[in-house]
Design a protein around this ligand. Sequence first.
Ligand code: MLT
Length: 272
Amino acid sequence: MDEIDLAYTDTGAGPAVLLLLHGYPFDRTMWRDQIDFLSRNGFRAIAPDLGATSDKLQLVEPAIRKAEAGQTTKTMDEMARDAAALLDELKIDKAVVCGLSMGGYVAFEFLKLFPLRVSGLVLAGTRAPADNEKEKQGRRAQIEQMLAAGMAPMADATLPKLLAPRTLAEKPEVVARVQEMILRTEPMKAAAAQRGMAARRDYSADLADIDVPTLIIVGREDPIRPVADAEFMQAGIRNSLLEIIEEAAHMTNMEQPEVFNRSVLAFFEQLA
Ligand code: MLT
């Protein structure tokens, strides 16, 4: 990437930097509570919007957009390179890289591509294996639906999986924020990211080579990336820590921000 065309947040002034990589189909605002908390506690938090592809696609004619959307893939590797280019631009050498779900896949790629730039890893609600055929098929079906009908059906279908029953019942503000993020995601951008996730490699073989401190976080009630996925990563990554967050599903950082933040802060303090 020659120029930085990522939108991003850069807050806080500490020497320790946390690079926050969002999940799908979300944006950097999902990290609001972490950005506030960490910057108040002496850390610098950088959170880009991954997937700059859509801005370019918006410039072209609708018919071409449709054709392009059918072909455009935003790979996990490209997202990792975009994030590294942002760190270059901000003159940051190293960061703790924290990714949730798709952001976790990007974190695996980032570590592989730029091992010397990673001082620690936080892997939340993610997993190492690649998709199987059925999962790839599911992504293809979702792409067709998003391009034909927009994001609303997808939001309705996924909210009960993204959020735990208690969050859905008692935290309407969190429900609304997640829903709004999904609805404002450009379908073509979501489609490009879906293609990128379907094409991602299997990160299982990377686990044994990870030699940076690693914190793994998972929601006890996450049906998308369940506890077993987190345990698999913990078994494969030397000296990694596992935090299972109660009363949370996939969006642990938004559903239980205090617990998530405390866990990340304790991890940071241990690194120092
Ligand atoms: C995410 O939250 O980023 C997605 O659920 C990841 C995926 O679809 O694999």
